[in-house]
Design a protein. Sequence first.
Length: 166
Amino acid sequence: MAQADQHTPIEWGDEDRWTLDEAFHYLTVTLGYTEKRALDELEQARLARRLVIQVHKIVEGKRQAGEYLPPEKKHKLVLDLGWVVPQNHKWGDNRWTVYKQRVKELWPSRSPAFPSTPDQLPENKAGPDPKPKETLETRLIDLMRELKLKSGMLPREVRKAIKARP
């Protein structure tokens, strides 16, 4: 395979799967995440085992039956020359896919019922409710802010920090 063809997409014939690049594109273009946030979100979901990545070996230009990328930190997802790849893996030898439906479950698209920009808000409503409904997620965010914990921490790290508080 020539150097210029290394990043040419392969026709998967599998409409229920996305490559990591397609999942990244969905987060950055469709949902408007920054590249860093999109990579962080994918990585956190992978490490938490909410997003399973299948590794497909490419032999003579054809996809072979794949195994799953272990949820270990040494396989951190990185942006390399514009392509999302797990660290310590070669692009020319492998392709990585995720279930399209799972990506959309983890990061649903914004509904038109919930406008995201000020120009989409109704005229009689200048912003979000002053006191949003408290949920488990908002309580956790407030607790993390109170303990001055960094966002992006793994759940086990947060749990350990909460248990260690006075």
